[in-house]
Design a protein around this ligand. Structure first.
Ligand code: NAP
Length: 285
């Protein structure tokens, strides 16, 4: 039977660390600040934004919300980003994705000051990750690495397979595993022999967005399985990309959904906001 990795508990530990950092910065007269921008009324985005604001409050990070109507123009949104780039009490800027149709998300990300880009989506930060000289890491892949470290799961020399090649999860995930000396394979919708490749993995990360996509015959005995997926099953219940009940008896570690990778994403956002605040205050440590 696998050890279920408790992402909620690990995220709690990260919150405590962040809170201690916030208190330390407060003593130096610095209050880390995060601006969260939401455009339109997508209910899932609203929930994510509320959770991010709540997490900031809990650890003492100052946060500002900018809720704009779906009718917002590209110019208006870019003007807000330009204002937030200049605002001295704001260290991190997060624009909740997806933006309503008609808004150019790439241009918005490109307009964020890379030093305030706590999602690490700006091309400068993506490039820094590529060469291993980064300030911020994208929150979800960073959360996965934190979970692996927390459980003392070795990555060095291991066969790592990432299913999914999105810019926000799959690609940076693969890069972080590579930085940790994993031997990494990235799979996607055009991959042939997916089952064979996955069943060689010591560490399998699923970031596909398809409910119960990873079945028991795709995993090696004793593998570590990390489920990034957030989907609804046929009954509308939240579930991951991994068929948990079938896979769990075969593997050594597994993350549940909910309560696995999800809580880590917000925890890493808080960490990035602290990093941004220190950077902007010229504190190097
Ligand atoms: P995405 O942009 O839709 O990417 C999905 C990836 O899966 C693509 O690279 C796609 O390949 C690949 N794929 C689709 N069908 C496949 C198949 N049959 N075989 C192999 N690969 C296949 O999704 P994403 O943004 O990376 O998110 C992935 C999942 O993670 C979603 O469920 C999302 O909700 C979840 N997520 C969770 C968190 C969290 O905090 N836990 C954060 C972000 C995302 P192609 O590139 O060839 O199309």
């Amino acid at each position: 039977m696998a050890k279920k990795i408790d992402g909620k508990a690990v995220a709690e530990e990260v919150h405590e660390q962040v809170k201690r950092e916030v208190d330390r910065l407060e003593r130096k007269g610095i209050t880390p600040g995060l601006a969260v921008v939401i455009v339109g009324d997508d209910p899932a985005s609203r929930t994510y934004v509320n959770n991010k604001k709540k997490a900031c409050e809990k650890v003492g990070i100052y946060s500002e919300e900018y809720a704009l109507p779906a009718s917002t123009t590209q110019e208006e949104l870019l003007a807000l980003i330009a204002k937030l780039n200049q605002k001295s009490d704001i260290d991190g800027i997060l624009v909740q994705s997806p933006l309503p149709k008609g808004l150019d998300e790439k241009a918005v990300v490109a307009a964020i000051n890379p030093q305030k880009d706590v999602d690490a989506f700006h091309a400068e930060n993506v490039g820094r990750i590529m060469i291993g000289e980064f300030h911020f890491l994208p929150c979800t892949p960073a959360g996965v690495i934190e979970l692996l470290h927390h459980e003392n799961i070795p990555i060095n020399g291991k066969n790592c397979v990432v299913i999914g090649r999105s810019n926000i999860v799959g690609k940076p995930m693969a890069m972080l595993l590579l930085h940790e000396n994993g031997t990494v394979t990235i799979c996607h919708s055009k991959t042939q022999n997916l089952k064979e490749i996955c069943s060689q993995a010591d560490i399998l990360v699923a970031a596909v967005g398809k409910a119960k996509f990873v079945t028991a015959d795709m995993v090696k005995d004793g593998a570590v399985v990390i489920d990034v997926g957030m989907n609804r099953d046929e009954n509308g219940k939240l579930c991951g990309d991994v068929d948990f009940d079938a896979v769990e008896p075969k593997v050594s570690y597994i993350t549940p959904v909910p309560g696995g990778v999800g809580p880590m994403t917000i925890a890493m956002l808080l960490k990035n906001t602290i990093t941004a605040a220190k950077q902007q205050a010229g504190i190097q440590e």
